[in-house]
Write a protein that binds this ligand. Structure first.
Ligand code: DGP
Length: 124
């Protein structure tokens, strides 16, 4: 289903996780950021990092978020990779935006993937 980029969906899964209505396995949290294990891991390490603000994808996040939110987000990504122990061995960051990318959840998130040889960038 196409993502509505005009209106943030308050009932998306990550909004429910942020409100505590759905459980998650948290690996990091601060004032601006939450990170938790993906429920359908695509690699031995698969962590999702999300801002706590209401952003649909990377475009509105980087356009509308405050400098403090953006700095906190990307510092957290680096910190989490180090805490997971995947900085030196290698990892991949993915942020899907929109239907052609395969974005399913309309709340901005970055995937951290690691723990095996991740292969070519794209499957096809
Ligand atoms: P994307 O295709 O980029 O929108 O990725 C969404 C990811 O969210 C996908 O890898 C599966 C994950 N996911 C979906 N529902 C849940 C959930 O309820 N809990 C957790 N932890 N992850 C979820």
């Amino acid at each position: 289903m196409a993502i509505d980029f005009e209106t943030y969906d308050e009932d998306n899964i990550f909004a429910k996780i942020l409100r505590g209505e759905l459980p998650n396995t948290t690996v990091f949290e601060d004032d601006h950021v939450l990170a938790f294990h993906d429920i359908v891991p695509a690699a031995p390490v698969h962590v999702l990092v999300i801002p706590k603000g209401r952003y649909i994808a990377q475009d509105d996040f980087h356009r509308d978020a405050s400098d403090a939110e953006i700095i906190a987000f990307w510092r957290a990504v680096g910190h989490i990779c180090r805490e997971l122990g995947v900085t030196d061995e290698g990892h991949r960051l993915i942020a899907n935006q929109g239907t052609k990318s395969g974005q399913v959840v309309p709340h901005f998130h970055v995937h951290i993937l690691a723990g095996k040889n991740l292969g070519p960038l794209l499957a096809s």
